[in-house]
Design a protein around this ligand. Sequence first.
Ligand code: NAD
Length: 433
Amino acid sequence: MRISVIGTGYVGSVTAACFAEAGHDVVGLDADPAKVKTLSAGETPLFEPGLKDLLALGLREKRLRFTTDYSDAVRSSDIVFLAVDTPSREDGSADLSRITAAAESVARCAEGRKLVVVKSTVPVGTTRSLGEKMRAAGAPDISVAFNPEFLKEGSAVGDFQRPDRIVIGTDEDRVFEVLRKLYDPFVRTGAPILRMGIESAELTKYASNAFLATRISFMNEIARLCEKVGADVEAVRRGMACDSRIGSKFLFAGIGFGGSCFPKDLRALAASGRSAGIRMRIAEAALAVNEEQKLWLLPRIRKELGGSLQGRTVAVWGLAFKPRTDDLREAPAVSIIRALLEDGAVVRAFDPVAGANARRLFGSSVEICDSQYEAARGADALILATEWAEFRSPDLDRLATVMRGKLILDGRNVLDPSEVRGHGFMYVGVGRP
Ligand SMILES: NC(=O)c1ccc[n+]([C@@H]2O[C@H](COP(=O)([O-])OP(=O)(O)OC[C@H]3O[C@@H](n4cnc5c(N)ncnc54)[C@H](O)[C@@H]3O)[C@@H](O)[C@H]2O)c1
């Protein structure tokens, strides 16, 4: 099939590379010429395991190319995927200006029959309204569908290639058949392709993200209670997870979730509720708990360091919102570092891949180091903010020699408290006695 993907960020670049690998002719378009140049050279403007190899393959086989030119992309494709960002507006609702601009550009260049598939996460009603706008703008033969993307940064390529399910929101049998055929090779292991109405598909995406985020906030609230009553949230989690009705995923207490999806999608769901006259109390609560949770360790570090952080050095391990990505959007580490700087602390940080993005974000206000032990040098306290694999079993003897102080705050509960204490450190986790 001839496919174009508009917006080549985390979702669009993976979508384009995976469809090209599956044998389709794919053009990726982005408004950012620098991104297009990088992708065209086979480099990735973002860190995503496995993506670079797929890009190289697509470019080499000439099934994949990138452009900034809408007429080139739209004319070279029968199916146009929209994968631009839909960030939060100030009131929490989804900012649809970019996807609207992208759809208008597609409509301007569309000749004959086109299928425009919205992959960006958008509030209920958006896909249908974009379709009406495009047809009114002189592209009468445009059909629309909504096809939410469920990939996770850090394992995006595998998630795309082996999805748990494909959701296709469309009113048209023909459109469903085209998309079913496109996705069939990705669901050979039996994952379902679910057809539903456009509105249901749009809401499925928000409901899924909000539910996952709620599980995390729920456990974080339980962790707070654990701290007060002398329980260990890790034991509670294990006890809950064995229940097949509950399961083990997204139950880890810590310093909260971040990223470009959970926080913004909770806000957008709450905003959709407000405009529909339905208060989304659970989404609002999950968000509120999370905002507090990001800074949960701050009072503790102040207390243990004698009340003031002025002039104290704090090391932060992990900056990205989760391991295996360089994405800093709404990352708890970023909120923590901002609060530490406000308190007058000196911050030294390390992340295996997000260092360059962090340098751009913080400039000279934070020392971004080249190794985890370099970041810990001279530190009065260490905060483990992202559970990268290399932080899980640190060389505690080495850490004891490079750090000035003895305080370790494990924001992801990945360290063994007794082992850490056994090396003379003071261990503080989240919801652990
Ligand atoms: N990141 C994820 O893990 C993830 C997962 C599932 C769904 N989503 C959803 O997918 C969408 C994209 O997310 P992302 O993380 O890939 O965003 P992103 O910010 O990484 O990428 C968006 C890209 O779109 C480009 N763009 C913006 N306006 C444009 C326009 N008018 N024309 C052409 N290009 C334009 C930007 O330059 C950018 O490269 C969002 O709605 C998001 O909620 C994201």
